[in-house]
Design a protein around this ligand. Structure first.
Ligand code: SAM
Length: 318
């Protein structure tokens, strides 16, 4: 596939993630009243293994994110890299957990689609208006900037561009900053993701990075996962970093982060509040326990911190 085609396939993954999330929400895995405004209902049912996987992904990331919000008392920023149709801003607002400012970055084409949804659906635009104060809100087809929510079209493979755009939207590098990359880094070369991580570590004196993506991709099951993605023309340029939990951790440490952890999703699943896990395990019958475990061993959450103000970010864990 040519470069543009490969990027187009990567953009398609954003649709996939949200369709799967919407489906899992419709079955009752977790609550998200906003996802319905961003993607269509799935054409067919998703397998219970997939739904449980998304449950662990959403709750795992949310667990670390909330620990960060607690340590910083929401006196912080969130930068969601490759956010796609993520609804985190709206969910945090409902829970009264908005950071000082919440930023999203994605390809301009995705951002345009997201802004279109926001503009045309009051349940999405109202919370942005409500949390906005001061001057009039800035909005065009490829970016939106309000007091608490900002969305920027750009390419994460060029981090200097990124910084300039974020600064135009009042990014404050002195504020504790949480960067999130959920299924994003794998689409860049190891050099490009290293640059992004290095940029983040050297720009923000107090920061945390959460990365969710594939791991253990060198075994038979991992190879099949890669083949499936490649069949859809997706360019998994960064897959070599996904070979082990160690290589994931090492990438963070080599690029300026002070602490780094990486655990597979089976572990994450076992750390999630077990009462709710019991509840979701009752939602659908899962036939193939082994398949579920295999799948979960091939995704991981990695997190890293640097903390010159001693807020205690280094102690954040499951
Ligand atoms: N993080 C969202 C989630 O978990 O629901 C979306 C995940 S989707 C698998 C990957 C997202 O990363 C897509 O929206 C894609 O457009 C975006 N992305 C990948 N590479 C990118 C790049 N170089 N620049 C900007 N966005 C990128």
């Amino acid at each position: 596939a040519g470069l543009d085609e490969a990027d187009e396939a990567v953009r398609g993954t954003c649709e996939d993630a949200s369709v799967c999330k919407r489906f899992a929400v419709s079955v009752g895995y977790w609550k998200d009243p906003y996802i319905q405004y961003f993607v269509r209902q799935a054409k067919e049912r998703k397998a219970p293994e997939i739904n449980r996987g998304y449950y662990a992904r959403v709750h795992g990331v949310s667990y670390l994110l909330k620990a960060f919000l607690k340590k910083t008392e929401c006196n912080c920023q969130i930068v969601n890299l490759g956010a796609g149709m993520d609804t985190l801003f709206w969910r945090l607002k409902d829970e009264n957990l908005l950071p000082r400012k919440y930023f999203e970055v994605d390809f301009p084409m995705i951002v345009a689609r997201k802004i279109h949804n926001i503009k045309s659906k009051p349940p999405l635009s109202k919370p942005i208006m409500e949390s906005h104060s001061g001057e009039s809100l800035l909005i065009d087809s490829h970016s939106l900037d309000s007091s608490r929510y900002s969305i920027i079209g750009g390419d994460l493979r060029f981090s200097s561009d990124l910084e300039e755009k974020l600064k135009k939207h009042n990014l404050d590098i002195q504020l504790p900053t949480l960067l999130i990359a959920e299924c994003v880094l794998v689409y860049m070369t190891p050099q490009q993701s290293a640059n992004l991580l290095k940029w983040a570590a050297s720009t923000f004196p107090v920061a945390m990075f959460i990365n969710y993506e594939q791991v253990n991709m060198t075994d038979r099951f991992g190879q099949i996962m890669i083949e499936n993605l490649q069949r859809r023309q997706c360019n998994l340029a960064g897959v070599e970093v996904c070979k082990s939990l160690d290589s994931q951790r090492e990438r963070l440490l080599l690029n300026g982060w002070e602490t780094a952890h990486a655990i597979d999703m089976m572990k994450v699943y076992s750390f999630l509040p077990q009462a709710d896990v019991k509840r979701i395990e009752g939602l659908e019958f899962l036939d193939e326990k082994e398949l579920f475990e295999q799948l979960m061993q091939h995704y991981c959450i990695c997190w890293a911190s640097k903390d010159s103000s001693n807020l205690g970010l280094a102690s954040i864990t499951f």
